[in-house]
Design a protein. Structure first.
Ligand code: ATP
Ligand code: MG
Lengths: 296, 256
């Protein structure tokens, strides 16, 4: 398991649990969770990534912006090793996965949770079986699986849908089941591919809160691909804390601290045209970035 | 040229999938449950159409051959003709073609839609190998089921031939049965089982390959399904020729 037993996801309904300490040793923390080194990729003639380099530190959330077709999903697929780069290196927890075979990739994928753009639920399996999938494959015993699945579904607010089949769910529900499936087994890295696209604002907000909790309370490193500017606002200006009673609160930066564990990168034409904090992004005077943020 | 290189690429892809499947068989977990489920879907599910096909094929063989046999006064060996043709050729080939149509298409459509809806990616992302979880059980189930289906088809073909011979041409049932016995030897039976084993492998690996290599959304699923059935059927017929040739050499059969 990537992190301590005593940490659990909790919606703030349950009783006192502690804020996890940063248990990882300081040496291990220096190694980035994800690192891209001059990665290049082309599909046939079309160059999709043209020398991408960035890092996601441990416990950091990297928000990836960029127009449709700019290669955001491609970056995520590269991290999972679903596709291979033409040149450059991709490191996960300091391991260069570029030359890994399937067997080694399977081991790396075990510590990564992936939320697919369209949910990508298994149609032939029920919601329960979908969420349980990873644990069932690992041969965890049934009682433990059931407990974990119920906890995860409660986390995304879908306990009632446990017996349903994916076709019976709405788009937003499918997405949330996808999130539950990705988070089972406590991955230390979570990749979100436009998790809020096409959802109503409150549900989208819930998903952002979820990502914030993972970042601040579970020390999860993540990549959060999005088009929505309010997602950027939530993720880069709010943080989660747990009070004495064990309730989770969200507070805005500024009153107490400034968030350092969230960065933004923006892709365009295969290159990273911006990398930094959200304040810098808003202050940038590149006309493309301007238009992207304000939509005009 | 383009066609040839595409053919070679296709062959390479199929070969690589087969290689990965064989290598995966040595590793845990082995998904026995999946194999049983596929056996039920493929084997039990195809039994009906295979029996019907066999029955009427046997029937039509007698229908066409009997008048000629009678002309030469050889109606007592009608059973022998049906048995040899069915067990050596028509049983294995027609069963394989029916299964290619029914099961091959459903496998490639199923895997193809899993590809386009990213379920295959999700499976890999969750640390499972689609080759071991999806391909191996289907191919193994086909290899196990096809010989059994072929036997069923053979039996019902002989039955069909017997009924037609008896009902339409008034051939005595015991004459028919004894000539069937005379017509079948052990080589035919072995050959009749070896063929479907190979056909099962061919249908399974081709339809899985076609399904997994689907591109281009839902339109692509339709395309790969068609391609899977066409390629599997043609391959079965071509393989049948070479297998027959090989078996002939193996058993030194002079009857052909
Ligand atoms: N398998 C593939 N074969 C060929 N081209 C591809 C493939 N996958 C992606 N592309 C191309 O790569 C580019 C980047 O695609 P990608 O899916 O990464 O975009 P994206 O940034 O995620 O877009 P969106 O916001 O619409 O999801 C696109 O132009 C697409 O046409
Ligand atoms: Mg995308």
């Amino acid at each position: 398991m990537p992190f301590d037993e005593n940490i659990s996801f909790d919606n703030g309904i349950g009783g006192g649990q502690e804020v996890p300490s940063n248990g990882t040793s300081s040496v291990a923390r220096v190694v980035p969770a994800i690192e891209f080194r001059d990665v290049k990729l082309a599909f046939d003639e079309q160059v999709v990534l043209d020398g991408i380099s960035f890092t996601v530190r441990r416990g950091e959330t990297k928000i990836v912006l960029g127009g449709s077709g700019s290669g955001k999903s491609t970056i995520i697929n590269l991290i999972l090793g679903l596709i291979k780069p033409d040149a450059g290196n991709i490191l996960v927890d300091g391991e260069d996965i570029t030359g890994f075979d399937d067997q080694e990739l399977m081991r790396v994928r075990r510590k990564i949770g992936m939320v697919f753009q369209e949910g990508a639920l298994f149609d032939s399996l029920s919601v329960y079986e979908n969420v349980a999938y990873r644990l069932a494959e690992e041969g965890v015993d049934e009682d433990e699986i059931e407990h974990e699945v119920r906890r995860m579904l409660q986390f995304v607010g879908l306990e009632d849908a446990i017996e349903k089949m994916p076709v019976e769910l709405s788009g937003g529900m499918r997405r949330r089941v996808g999130i539950a499936r990705a988070l089972v087994g406590n991955p230390s890295i979570v990749l979100f591919d436009e998790p809020t696209a096409g959802l109503d604002p409150p549900t989208a907000r819930t998903i952002c809160e979820l990502a914030i909790k993972l970042r601040d309370l579970e020390d999860v490193s993540s990549i959060f691909v999005t088009h929505e500017m309010n997602n950027l606002d939530y993720l880069s200006s709010e943080y989660a804390i747990v009070d004495e009673k064990g309730y989770v609160h969200f507070e805005s930066e500024g009153d107490r601290l400034c968030l350092v564990n969230t960065g933004v990168i923006m892709l365009r034409d295969g290159c990273i045209i911006f990398s930094g904090k959200d304040e810098q992004l808003r202050a940038a005077n590149d006309p493309y970035i301007h238009r992207f943020i304000r939509g005009k | 040229m383009n066609l040839i290189s595409r053919f070679i690429l296709e062959l390479q892809g199929i070969g690589m999938l087969l290689g990965r499947m064989l290598r995966g068989l040595r590793k845990q977990p082995r998904y026995f449950g999946e194999i049983v489920m596929q056996l039920d879907r493929i084997g039990v599910g195809s039994l009906g159409i295979v029996i019907l096909t066999g029955f009427f094929t046997g029937g039509v063989l007698i229908l066409q051959a009997y008048p000629t046999l009678r002309y030469y006064g050889a109606q007592s060996s009608a059973g022998q003709g049906v048995a040899t043709t069915l067990i050596r050729e028509l049983g294995p080939v027609l069963t394989a073609l029916m299964v290619a149509g029914r099961v091959g298409s459903s496998i490639s459509a199923e895997l193809g839609s899993m590809v386009v809806s990213q379920q295959i990616d999700a499976m890999r992302a969750l640390g499972t190998s689609p080759v071991r979880k999806l391909v191996s059980p289907r191919v193994i189930a086909l290899i196990l089921a096809l010989p059994l289906l072929t036997v069923a088809s053979d039996i019902f073909g002989l039955l069909g031939g017997g009924i037609i011979a008896n009902q339409i041409y008034g051939l005595d049932a015991s004459v028919y049965t004894s000539s069937v016995r005379a017509g079948v030897d052990i080589d035919d039976l072995i050959g009749g089982i070896i063929k479907p084993l190979i056909f099962g492998l061919i249908i399974g690996i081709i339809s899985c390959y076609k399904g997994l290599s689907t591109t281009g959304g839902t339109v692509g699923v339709g395309r790969s399904t068609t391609n899977a059935v066409v390629l599997a059927s043609i391959s079965v017929i071509i393989a049948d020729f070479f297998l027959s040739k090989m078996l002939q050499g193996l058993f030194n059969s002079t009857l052909f």
